[in-house]
Design a protein around this ligand. Structure first.
Ligand SMILES: Cc1cc2nc3c(=O)[nH]c(=O)nc-3n(C[C@H](O)[C@H](O)[C@H](O)COP(=O)(O)OP(=O)(O)OC[C@H]3O[C@@H](n4cnc5c(N)ncnc54)[C@H](O)[C@@H]3O)c2cc1C
Length: 414
């Protein structure tokens, strides 16, 4: 069987490549061993944010008194939370399946193997292509001594299938996944302890962001250890977590969120690798942009990729961190979100907008705020297009908004 393009893996990288290739008139085969949508739709971005929203609403209800609203007897029906999450995933998957079908893409539901740069083997058949794209993604990393038992010692996949909330949980790792789940569980009233081996929580973030997360965690009574690893986890009646400093934690469940790994790293020359499988930036929007780059030949600047950690408040950044810049080579501005009228009205005063510039150009932005995921996009458009900090001062920002915090921050650069 001969086609133009064969794509292995139907996550954001694979399905984007397939849809864009079909739009350009190519004949396309998409191989998927599980469900279309990949990790992002089925086990990642979407299901976690659906559950997070329930946790946020519950947290808001618990603090509604501050806004003059009395709510008695609010409680969580976790079964319904999970049911809603499943419905959202199913609905989005159905519409993706329909888009794929309408685009006349051939879907082969099977594990596929790339034999050479023009051949894919699946279901005992040989498929021949002019071009092959490998978008097989990544899986939760397994660490010795912390192997998942999928019941008490959980991966980020397993945690989505809990039917009841635990009383307490230890989360190993404070990357985006660890921080988001800490916020979800804490929002539902679960006792949470986070263990991070690096010096700071959210180690890839700017130092001020990391410090502020610590403060937020303290406010929300989320316990944490930093600069301390986990030696091993014992699965007894409850989980026993042995820390590198000799301390021992006990919890009903442990979520191990220490990163993602790619099982088969052997690359075949002439095949295009996109998405998580490349082990570059493992984010859905990066995977999508790589797909568009390969199919539509629209390049993108890898220096301007936003990172967002969801929860209340959102955390978002791009570009350089302050700790990476040479002292005296940059200007910075750190506007407290509490200074904004909108934040006071919304009772969302925690956070800041930190802008870093060099020679009047924005080189990094680090935000903790409600709507940070949208604010960061405004500044990426500015920075990637070389619009200077001074030029940005000419823009009129609406009031009262969080965006006007950007305008205010520009006048405090020093
Ligand atoms: C809990 C969690 C939360 C996340 N939240 C976010 C977020 O908020 N924002 C964000 O940008 N990113 C987030 N991510 C990361 C995001 O999910 C990934 O970056 C994204 O899914 C990568 O897309 P991909 O297409 O490269 O791979 P994947 O989504 O992993 O898809 C790969 C697909 O390939 C299939 N496959 C693999 N091998 C074969 C084979 N041999 N034959 C056939 N099919 C095969 C798999 O079944 C899978 O469906 C999150 C991840 C997790 C785990």
């Amino acid at each position: 069987m001969n086609y133009n393009i064969g794509i292995v893996g139907a996550g954001p990288a694979g399905y984007t490549a397939a849809l864009h290739a079909a739009k350009r008139g190519f004949s396309v085969v998409l191989f998927e061993k599980d469900a279309v949508g990949g990790v992002c739709l089925n086990r990642g971005c979407i299901p976690t944010k659906a559950i997070l929203h329930s946790a946020e609403v519950f947290e808001e209800i618990r603090t509604a008194q501050e806004l003059g609203i009395e709510v008695d007897g609010a409680k969580v029906d976790f079964g319904k939370v999970i049911e809603r999450k499943n419905q959202i995933v199913a609905k989005l998957r159905k519409s993706l399946e329909l888009m794929i079908k309408n685009s006349k893409i051939v879907v082969v539901n099977a594990k596929a193997e790339i034999a050479d740069k023009n051949t894919v083997l699946a279901n005992g058949e040989e498929y021949h292509f002019d071009k092959i794209i490998c978008a097989t993604g990544s899986e939760p990393k397994i660490i010795r001594g912390m192997e998942f038992d999928h019941e008490k010692i959980l991966s980020s996949d397993d945690v989505l299938n809990l039917t009841e909330l635990p009383k307490n949980i230890v989360i190993v790792g404070s990357g985006a996944i660890g921080i988001e789940w800490a916020r979800i569980f804490s929002g539902f009233g679960v006792e949470v302890t986070v263990v991070e081996a690096a010096e700071n929580l959210l180690p890839m973030a700017d130092i001020d962001v990391a410090k502020r997360i610590e403060r937020l965690f303290k406010l929300k009574k989320i316990k944490f250890f930093k600069g301390i690893g986990v030696d091993r986890i014992e699965n007894a009646e409850s989980c026993i977590v042995y820390l590198s400093n000799g301390e021992v934690l006990e919890a009903e469940k442990v979520l191990v969120a220490v990163g993602r790994e790619v099982k088969n790293k052997d690359c075949i020359e002439g095949v295009n690798y996109i998405g998580d499988v490349c082990c570059e930036i493992q984010l859905a929007h990066y995977a999508i942009k790589q797909a568009v780059e390969v199919i539509d030949e629209i390049p993108f600047d890898k220096n301007f990729v936003p990172s967002v950690v969801y929860g209340n408040p959102e955390i978002a950044w791009f570009g350089k961190r302050e700790q990476d810049l040479e002292q005296g080579s940059y200007k910075k501005s750190n506007l407290l979100i509490s200074a904004l009228g909108k934040s006071q009205c919304d009772n969302a005063v925690d956070g800041f907008i930190k802008i870093l510039t060099q020679d009047n150009q924005i080189v990094g932005v680090h935000i903790i705020s409600k709507e940070a995921s949208s604010l960061i996009q405004e500044l990426i458009i500015v920075a990637q297009n070389g619009i200077s900090a001074d030029k940005l001062k000419e823009i009129c920002f609406a009031h009262p908004t969080y965006s006007e915090g950007i305008f205010e921050a520009l006048f405090n650069l020093n």
